[in-house]
Design a protein around this ligand. Structure first.
Ligand code: AMP
Length: 506
């Protein structure tokens, strides 16, 4: 299958795809669309970034546009997703793909007032995108009638169950008619998903887009062994050294995400956090600023990051390694979208070595170690034959003593104190942890800023400016491109990343 026209989609949909610049279907689209067009159920193993939204949205739009409802405008397609962000993004894509069709869709999710959602439902919608809690809420209040649903999509089913929505999904399944077309997408296929698929799907066509192959191919991955207490400094060094202007940092906890975003902003890296405890308005605002380029770095927890669909993310930083190897694939898949390349840096402290073992087993290879960085902490490296999973009796990564030991050289930079112009005269010269050939001297750092000599930054090989260990920087990235040739400071103060908005987005 080489073009969208081969898929026999409605001309009006093809027109929208052409304006979007879509030329060829992605693998998940080539496999899913024909199955759904012929009325079959589909069980898809695919993650965000593979083009799965269009894979289910296009045939459903096609069917709805070409079948008249009996009367009025009942909800004929229901798309259920675990997070608000994902729901909003699916709704946005539906509007784009269906812009020439006489169909209405709306999105409902919790965390915001319900009355605009109720109003939209009253006007009548053909397609409803929803998170489970708010859907059941509004159903219980009599605002939603699901008895005309013909197409049912369960997106990110594994995450749905992880987030404790399995009972809600059961309840919703009981509200839709038995005779319907079903589609389930999941990034992973744990047992519980198999069971749910068995109940929900009728003789499904199975589409398996293996999670690691399509997304990690174009991603350069590095692992840095580091003490927990040095992670922040290493992160700042990498962000500065790589001139990151569109990056995501993953932390394990919401609290850590908040704190880190504040700390980054304090040292002049415009950052914001996104996590489940933030109001929907705050999350939407953070995401919008990130897309627009006012925010360079988004610090996120896994759940909130689901569905973040920003095409020009160049860097993903795993500040904390995820406990589940699949989550690692998901996280790094936030970069290298839409054919671009990306970089993924992961930090592994002593307590996380077992997680790294699991990740490398899933990848089937070892991630290249970033030894050329001043905080390198050998003890965090997994032991030969180490088993995957949690490290028992691990020290828990307490704060390292400042001013002593390897890696403490970072303190010389006193990032917060740069404004005072003392750059690092407190350093006391070279240290054992200086693996960057003497570049860690504070005066040199000041010089770097003035002269924009970005080579020899931590995490970079000395002969490769702007790159950690050779290779080309990600291409086709205006945000990143804008950064090059400017000093970090001037970038932060003066430049704004060019907004990569698609014209249809509002
Ligand atoms: P998804 O996996 O649905 O989140 O899609 C990931 C990104 O790929 C989105 O930004 C889509 O707009 C884009 N995309 C989806 N299908 C195609 C395609 N066939 N050609 C180009 N871009 C696409």
């Amino acid at each position: 299958m080489s073009t969208f026209s081969d898929l026999e989609l409605d001309e009006r949909i093809l027109e929208a795809l052409t304006s979007e610049g879509y030329q060829t279907p992605t693998p998940v689209q080539s496999e899913t669309i024909p199955a759904l067009m012929s009325g079959r159920d589909v069980m898809g193993i695919a993650q965000t970034g593979t083009g799965k939204t269009a894979a289910f949205a296009l045939p459903i739009l096609h069917h709805l546009a070409n079948e008249q409802p009996g009367s009025g405008r009942p909800i004929r397609a229901l798309m259920l997703t675990p997070t608000r962000e994902l729901a909003a993004q699916i709704a946005e894509r539906l509007r784009v793909y269906g812009r020439h069709l006489p169909l209405y869709s709306t999105v409902i999710f919790g965390g915001v007032g319900q009355s605009p959602q109720v109003k939209a439902l009253r006007r009548g919608v053909d397609i409803l995108v929803a998170t489970p809690g708010r859907l059941l809420d509004l159903h219980n209040q009599g605002h939603v009638d699901l008895s005309y649903v013909e197409h049912f999509v369960l997106d990110e089913a594994d995450r749905m169950l992880d987030m404790g929505f399995s009972k809600d999904v059961e309840r919703i399944l009981a509200l839709v008619p038995n005779k319907r077309q079903n589609l389930m997408f999941s990034a992973t296929m744990p047992k519980a998903i198999g069971t749910l698929a068995g109940r929900m799907l009728h003789r499904p066509v199975e589409v398996d887009i293996s999670p690691e192959a399509p997304t990690t191919d174009r991603i350069e991955q590095y692992i840095a062994f580091v003490q927990k207490s040095d992670k922040r400094e290493l992160l700042i060094d990498l962000i500065e050294g790589q001139m990151v202007s569109c990056g995501i940092v993953f932390t394990r906890t919401k609290h850590a995400a908040n704190r880190l975003a504040k700390q980054l902003s304090k040292v002049g890296i415009p950052s914001d956090s996104i996590h489940g405890d933030k109001s929907q308005t705050a999350r939407t605002k953070a995401l919008a600023s990130f897309k627009k380029g006012d925010v360079f770095v988004l610090v996120a927890t896994d759940i909130a990051s689901r569905g973040i669909d920003v095409e020009d993310i160049t860097h993903v930083f795993n500040f904390d390694l995820p406990n589940e190897p699949e989550v690692y694939i998901h996280r790094i898949g936030r970069t290298a979208r839409a054919g671009r390349e990306g970089l993924a840096y992961s930090f592994c402290d002593e307590t996380e070595s077992g997680y790294l073992v699991g990740i490398q087993q899933l990848l089937g290879e070892e991630i290249e170690v970033l030894e050329d960085q001043p905080y390198h902490f050998e003890k965090a490296r997994p032991k030969p034959g180490q088993k995957p999973g949690r490290v028992k009796g691990s020290p828990g990564g307490g704060r390292s003593r400042r001013g002593t030991g390897r890696g403490s050289g970072m303190r010389r930079y006193n990032r917060g104190g740069q404004k005072r112009g003392d750059g690092g005269n407190r350093s006391g010269g070279q240290r054992g942890g200086n693996r960057s050939g003497g570049q860690r001297d504070g005066n040199r750092r000041n010089d770097d800023r003035k002269s924009n000599n970005r080579s020899n930054r931590p995490g970079q090989k000395s002969d490769r400016p702007n790159r950690p260990s050779g290779g080309r920087p990600p291409q086709n990235n205006d945000r990143r491109g804008k950064q090059q040739g400017r000093s970090n400071a001037s970038n932060r103060q003066g430049s704004r990343r060019r907004t990569q908005r698609r014209d249809d987005r509002s």
